[in-house]
Design a protein around this ligand. Structure first.
Ligand SMILES: Cc1ncc(COP(=O)(O)O)c(C=O)c1O
Length: 409
């Protein structure tokens, strides 16, 4: 059992432990994942802008932003209104809603090289659909990938994943062109003979990719007749409307979008070249609620906001301010002071890296005491709702906690 933090109802943690398998249905929201163990708040009652209210009545400035699912701020009025209207209009029906076409047209127009779209509820599901399309298009089975792509078989390995499925997926290091080439040729570690159906890349893993790596992936895919898929679940609608493909100007065949796409409503999409997308007719990819239109309406409102506001510019500006204040990188102000963390990442998805998990835990819990919620072992995500005052509040809390914990190290 995980007792609640001071002022937080510990009975919720006990009830979660008893009633919800694994404490919560989103693995990255357990006390272990958030803080490295019990002691922090475990449940919330509402979220608004960049703030959350915990079940214990505590208000926190949040940087996890629901694991990057929210880039405009929680409960963004336009998104909430569009979703509420769609809910009142029935949410689902016997025919697909016209919103599906409108959203597909708008997504395709905003993503380099894309011609068609298809909708899903989760990122993992959409990645698997993209891989299925690649398999149909190539008649092959192997997948070479870099990064995390959700919990489904193959994209993750471990207990319960059939060995035969896991063996079809070869993981390669981020931003390593030689390793990618070897894996595609089937000669690298874990590589097996035969060209892959797909090369699936998370375009950003803790740092920006070299453009050369993306170009090498493009070249390898073309040479070996594989489908190049960018997993832009975190980078889409964050680095740019067209994600990493727009930022680094190397287009994949397919891209997977999710998270910020509908600002917290359950929606993911595969977008890409018609020749591959159209193979959806040659296999069975379908889900009852893929066409519910609350999430489609929410995503439409998100696109409206992107049309009118420089969302990417704001996210980058906020993140840059934080990283600047924290002295990003080795040799920066923080490292010089001997802080237990180093600020790293991209402005749009920054993080604090700790060498000592105990120091990390103490630090994160102390930040919560000062009203700031940072993500353990993963990104902190700026949103449109984070402003200069939020940055100041965060930097002040981080500095104060760093100074306060110094004697304990
Ligand atoms: C890059 C990437 N791909 C896929 C996924 C899986 O998405 P979901 O959790 O919506 O299934 C995630 C989730 O964190 C992700 O970051």
């Amino acid at each position: 059992m995980s007792p609640g933090a001071a002022g937080e109802p510990g009975d919720l943690a006990a009830r979660a432990e008893a009633a919800v398998a694994g404490f919560t249905s989103t693995g990255s929201k357990t006390p272990e994942a958030l803080f490295g163990g019990p002691g922090g708040p475990t449940h919330l009652v509402r979220a608004s802008g960049a703030r959350v209210e915990t079940a214990g009545g505590r208000r926190l400035l949040d940087w996890t932003m629901a694991l990057g699912a929210v880039a405009l701020g929680y409960g963004h009025p336009r998104v909430a209104e569009a979703a509420a209207r769609a809910a009142r209009d029935g949410a689902v029906g016997p025919l697909p809603h016209r919103l599906e076409i409108e959203l597909a047209e708008r997504l395709v127009a905003g993503y380099p090289g894309a011609e068609q779209a298809r909708f899903f509820k989760t990122g993992a599901e959409a990645v698997h659909a993209a891989v299925r399309l690649a398999r149909v298009a190539t008649g092959r089975e192997r997948v070479v990938h870099a990064g995390y792509h959700g919990w489904l078989d193959g994209a993750t390995t471990g207990a319960g994943v059939p060995a035969a499925t896991a063996a079809l997926w070869t993981g390669v290091a981020f931003d390593d062109g030689a390793a990618l080439a070897a894996a595609v040729a089937g000669t690298g570690p874990g590589g097996r003979g035969g060209a892959p159906a797909a090369i699936v890349l998370e375009p950003v893993i803790e740092r920006a990719p070299s453009r050369a790596w993306l170009e090498e992936a493009r070249r390898l895919a073309d040479r070996h007749g594989a489908v190049l898929i960018y997993d832009e679940i975190k980078t889409g609608f964050r680095l740019a409307r067209g994600g990493a493909a727009e930022r680094w100007q190397v287009a994949p065949d397919l891209a997977v979008l999710g998270k910020a796409l509908a600002n917290g409503f359950p929606l993911a999409a595969v977008v890409g070249r018609r020749t591959v997308m159209a193979r959806a007719r040659d296999t069975w990819i379908s889900s009852t609620l893929a066409t519910e239109f609350v999430a489609l309406a929410a995503a439409g409102a998100v696109l409206d906001v992107w049309d009118e506001t420089d969302v990417a510019g704001h996210l980058a500006g906020v993140g840059r301010s934080v990283l600047h204040a924290l002295g990003q990188g080795v040799g920066g102000e923080a490292a010089a002071r001997g802080a237990p963390w180093t600020a790293a990442g991209l402005p749009e998805m920054w993080f604090l890296r700790f060498a000592d998990p105990q120091a990390e835990r103490r630090f994160l819990l102390a930040c919560v005491e000062r009203g700031v919620l940072l993500k353990r072992g993963a990104y902190d995500f700026p949103s449109l709702a984070h402003d200069a005052a939020a940055v100041e509040e965060t930097v002040a809390a981080i500095r104060a906690v760093t100074a306060e914990l110094e004697p304990a190290r």
